[in-house]
Design a binder for this molecule. Structure first.
Ligand code: ADP
Ligand code: MG
Length: 386
């Protein structure tokens, strides 16, 4: 795997299928700036698209079947309408592609057969949403190859269905919204109840800032079970408080709500969700006012809340946050569901390398495997390249 990601997709296409692709479509990974475990509580999130992309080189196949190749796996996978129409028939990574075909067909679209070659710079399984990137890139390719009528605002829901119902991964709408609707120099404010989105100015480059993304490389310990437990706890708390979801607990009513709950753990879970929603709203207000540096304390407060109240961080993650702050980051927090994954830190662009080196040194001191580091600016969403 070397060279530009789009060139690799084209080279893969030529090598696997012969001839030239009809076009190339790309979709980015994403990172969530703030708003963790708020999505399933009908609350707010604020992700942005990354400059790392998954690219699909594609052309129509006249036999009405689909062939997919990814540089992550030498073996191409082939399937037809029968396999696409039955979730589970195509498994492994190609299920993400078959799932998109399935979701399009289930929504009544006539999907053309296609040959697809996929290359990606999005790290797989690190929490930067390589899954939404592959879905969104394949979706963009199939929609255009087939001349299908599917406006951008309806695409996130369809890609989410592919992942939920065909792949079988119970994820919310955030990832697909961010990678499809993200805009350069902006973060995407998403209301998970109404699914309304709003572009919020977040022009780090113009402000001389950057986000340092640190891949903790921590093994995901018990992540699925713990996620389910947090979710259940939030649902039970909402029921006990007589609200549809924790989003309905106003910040000003938090203390009164907490007083009505009878165990300390539930109180802390609720406090995280309610204060986190408020931190997203406060972040949006500051960004609207162009005060990017001032969101730093909100990011750090979000981390403390995840560590102390929601209890979803691990030592590698806490170490990365502390080291980034000590090295001068304006704010830092874990991003993603927890128990591993990535940390993000808001830094001066010219300090990004110093902060990254400080985190790497802190990891070495603690005997942790070296972290991955990456400096990013908010990028655009899924699009056709040529
Ligand atoms: P994340 O979205 O955080 O990267 P997920 O577990 O949700 O992690 O999705 C990762 C899975 O998506 C991979 O295991 C693979 O099945 C699929 N995938 C993502 N990108 C690619 C790619 N470029 N080629 C093949 N499969 C991919
Ligand atoms: Mg994913």
């Amino acid at each position: 795997m070397s060279g530009d990601v789009a060139a690799r997709a084209t080279a893969g296409f030529r090598q696997r299928y012969g001839g030239e692709p009809a076009g190339r479509w790309a979709a980015p990974g994403r990172v969530n700036l703030i708003g963790e475990h708020t999505d399933y509580n009908d609350g707010f999130v604020l992700p942005f698209a990354l400059p790392l992309r998954t690219v699909v080189a594609a052309a129509v196949a006249d036999d009405g079947r689909w062939s997919v190749w990814s540089e992550l796996d030498d073996e191409p996978v082939e399937f037809g309408p029968a396999e696409a129409d039955e979730p589970g028939r195509v498994d492994g990574w190609a299920a993400y592609v078959a799932g998109v075909v399935w979701a399009l067909r289930a929504a009544g679209h006539t999907v053309p057969g296609a040959r697809l070659a996929i290359a990606s710079d999005v790290p797989v399984g690190s929490g930067l949403s390589s899954s939404a990137a592959i879905e969104a890139a394949v979706l963009a390719a199939l929609v255009e190859l087939g001349g299908l009528d599917l406006p951008a605002e309806r695409r996130p829901r369809l890609a989410q269905r592919a992942e939920n119902d065909y792949v079988g991964a119970p994820t919310g709408i955030m990832d697909q919204s961010a990678v499809i609707r993200g805009r350069s120099g902006h973060a995407l404010f998403l209301d998970c109840r109404t699914e309304e989105v709003e572009q919020i100015p977040f022009d780090l480059g113009a402000a001389g800032l950057a986000v340092l993304v640190i891949d903790s490389r921590a093994p995901h310990r018990h992540a699925d079970g713990e996620y389910a437990a947090r979710r259940k706890s939030c649902e039970r708390a909402a029921e006990a408080l007589g609200v549809a979801a924790l989003r309905d607990v106003a910040t000003g009513d938090l203390d009164a709500a907490l007083a009505r709950l009878d165990d300390d753990e539930t109180r802390r879970r609720v406090r995280h969700v309610v204060t986190e929603d408020q931190r997203v709203l406060d972040t949006v207000e500051l960004l609207r006012a162009g005060r990017i540096r001032d969101i730093g304390p909100l990011l750090t407060a979000s981390h403390a809340s995840m560590r102390d109240d929601f209890e979803i961080t691990v030592p590698e993650i806490d170490t990365a946050v502390e080291a980034a702050l000590a090295a001068g980051a304006y704010g830092a927090r874990m991003t993603g569901g927890g128990f591993g994954g990535c940390v993000l830190a808001l830094v001066d662009a010219d300090a990004a390398d110093t902060v990254a080196a400080a985190v790497t040194a802190a990891y070495a001191d603690r005997g942790f495997a070296a972290p991955g580091t990456l400096t990013v600016l908010p990028a655009g969403g899924a699009s056709r390249l040529d």
